[in-house]
Design a protein around this ligand. Sequence first.
Ligand SMILES: [Zn+2]
Length: 299
Amino acid sequence: MKKVIGIDIGGTKINASLIDEEGNIIDKKEVPTQADKGRDTVLNNIKDVIYALDYKEAEAIGIGTPGFIDSENGIVTFAGNIKGWTGLNLKETVESFVDLPVFVENDANIALVAEKWIGAAKDYDNIVMITLGTGLGGAVYSDGQMLRGSNFQGAELGHLILYPGGRSCTCGQNGCAEAYCAGSALGREYEEITGKKLSGKEVFALVDTDDTAKEVLAHYESNLGHYLTSIRNIFDPQVIVVGGGVIASNDIFWDGMIQKFKEYCNKPETVDIIPAKFLNNAGVIGAAKVAFERINNEK
Ligand SMILES: [Zn+2]
C-alpha cells in the first residue's frame, strides 16, 4: 500500500506521521515548532522531523500550516504567528530538503479533509468545520470543493464580527468571533473580570466552584450559539463539525452551546452540529490525504 508523510505545523509542536492510503498511522514523530525563533528554525525542525521518519517509504509529503495559503503553488501568502513565514514558498523549500513532491494546505482545511475522509463528516457533502483552539479556524467544503476565495482568505470564519467595536483581534480587526469563541477567549474574559490570568482549561476546571468561571462559561456558550447561528445562515450546510483542542472539554460546554443555538437560530433542525472525531491527529491525517489526492491527480 502507498504511503505518504503528513505534517501538521501547530503553535507549539510539529507533528509528522507516515500514513497509508486507508489513513492508518504507521509511525509518528514530533518536534517543537519554536515559532518565536522564526522561519529558519521552524524549517530546520521540519527537516529534522522528516528525517526522523522512514521517509524513503513515502511517495509525497503533505503539510498543513497556519496562514493564508496559495495551495496551488505552496506559497504562504500571509501568516502572523511565525516570523518570516509570510511570502515563503514552503513547497519548494521543503522539496530542497528531500526528494519527494510536497503539497501545502491551510491547517483548518486539512482538519476538514481528515473529517471528510475517515472522520465525523464522512457521510456529508456540504460541510463547515470550525476549530476552537488558541485561535478559531474555519473551513468550508461544498459540492466537492473547498472554498478558497479570491485571495486564499475564504472561510476565515474566525474573523466574522460578533461584537461591533469589541475586543481587538490578532488579525487587526475588532470584535471578531475568534476573540470570543476561541479557547483563549475564556481566559481573556476571566482576566477582564478578575485580573487573574488563567488558561481556558483552568477556567473550565473552576466552573463548579467559582461564580466568575460559571459566568464566563455561560457567556462562552451563548457566544458560540450566536456564532453557529450566523454560520448556519451563511452556508446552510448539512453539518457543522466542531474541532480543535477545546473539544477535549466538550462535556463542559457542548450541551449549553447547542441549547443556545436552538434558542437563537430560526431553523436549528436543518443542520447537524457534531464534534470532530480527531483531536491531535486531524492535521497529519488531513495533510496526508491532500498529498494522496495531489499525487493521484498529477499522474
Ligand atoms: Zn479577527
